[in-house]
Design a binder for this molecule. Structure first.
Ligand SMILES: [Zn+2]
Ligand SMILES: [Zn+2]
Length: 358
């Protein structure tokens, strides 16, 4: 199959012929139809998260089940599925306490040797490697796509929509009427904004440096925007709200913006870090405010997803026109144009791009 191979950090991806294993017990092969161009892959391409190379990245996809291994009961060939980038054993402490996305018996970052390049086994990124024509995945990772949801929209449910909306509904468990700031209005940030709108936030303040991102933020439900390129963003949020928000979400992936989120929340408020802060960066917050002010900081991985439960309701909200996904998709590319797609992402030109497979 054709796949986009990362040979080394900070090098363009290269389209190569890659071999993929046959499905073993409880595994399936999915023919990729749509694969999202997510910022998280860029962290690995740029070496901000160390990862063994060569590898095939990609973790936001939807497709058609092609083959199934022994004992597979959840899907059959021909089924249309979202591929989630976590699987769960159903038995560990995380799984039995409602946090399957933190399963302790799954290697979240991937496994080695199931895809290979010229006979050399490669890491399969997030147990899927979606920048490829086919993906070998666990049946638990597959979520059925209902009628009326196109593959490109379903693919985005597999990462950015789940991560953003889930951070509000699952991680923060945000009450109706809350005030919210969202730092970073990219693919995930826009979904936090619409998640906050769906959850009944009274104010949603989008913070970004780029005018086109702030315009998109308004379209997705921001009631106010703060241009972080003109003046201190923390002060502007404090002023707009008369003393801070209930929830501030970090959706860029920087220690500095996580610290800004802390500064934007009022006493009793929660800062929620959704962006991937690079390895080795430390987030510094004033320690006395944990007690005097009861402020807290939360981490959110994959919108605290229970994919078999959450992804169906996300797709239902989309079908009803209450969740914007088509509006997220700014551009469509072929696999051979993947480097171009990442350049556009780096330049802040797009909400989300999708690689479409023939
Ligand atoms: Zn992603
Ligand atoms: Zn588990």
């Amino acid at each position: 199959m054709k796949a986009a191979v990362l040979y080394a950090p900070n090098q363009p991806l290269s389209i190569e012929d890659v071999d993929i294993d046959e499905p073993q017990a409880n595994e399936v092969v999915v023919k990729t139809v749509a694969s999202g161009v997510c910022h998280s892959d860029l962290h690995f391409m740029e070496g901000k998260y160390p990862y063994p190379v060569p590898t095939v990245l990609g973790h936001e996809s939807a497709g058609i089940v092609e083959k199934v291994g022994e004992g597979v009961t959840k899907v059959k060939p021909g089924d249309k599925v979202v591929v989630a980038f976590v699987t769960s054993c159903g038995a560990c402490d995380s799984c039995v306490t409602g946090k399957p996305y933190l399963c302790r018996n799954t290697q979240a970052l991937g496994r080695i040797g199931r895809i290979s390049l010229k006979g050399q086994g490669m890491m399969q990124f997030a147990n899927m490697s979606a920048f490829a024509e086919y993906q070998l995945v666990h049946e638990n990772a597959c979520v059925h796509i209902p009628e009326g949801v196109p593959f490109e929209a379903a693919a985005l449910v597999g990462c950015s929509v789940m991560t953003g909306v889930g951070a509000v509904s699952n991680t923060a468990k945000m009450p109706v009427g809350s005030t919210v700031a969202v730092v970073g209005a990219g693919g995930v940030g826009l979904n936090i904004i619409q998640g906050a709108r769906l959850a009944g936030a009274s104010r949603v303040i989008a913070v970004d440096l780029l005018e086109n991102k702030l315009a998109a933020a308004r379209e997705f439900g921001a009631t106010d925007v703060v241009d972080a390129s003109s003046g201190d963003a923390v002060q502007q949020v404090q002023q707009l709200t008369g003393g801070g928000v209930d929830f501030a979400f970090e959706a860029i992936g920087l220690a500095k913006t996580a610290e800004q989120c802390w500064g934007m929340i009022k006493p009793g408020g929660k800062a929620v870090v959704v962006g991937m802060v690079p390895f080795g960066q430390t987030v510094n917050v004033p320690g006395h405010e944990f007690v005097l002010g009861e402020k807290s900081i939360l981490g959110s991985f994959y919108g605290s997803t229970r994919q078999q439960y959450d992804m169906p309701w996300l797709m239902e909200l989309y079908r009803q026109g209450r969740l914007k996904i088509d509006e997220l998709i700014t551009r469509r590319y072929e696999l051979g144009q993947i480097n171009e797609a990442y350049e556009a992402l780096k330049n802040g030109e797009v909400n989300r791009s999708v690689i479409m497979f023939p």
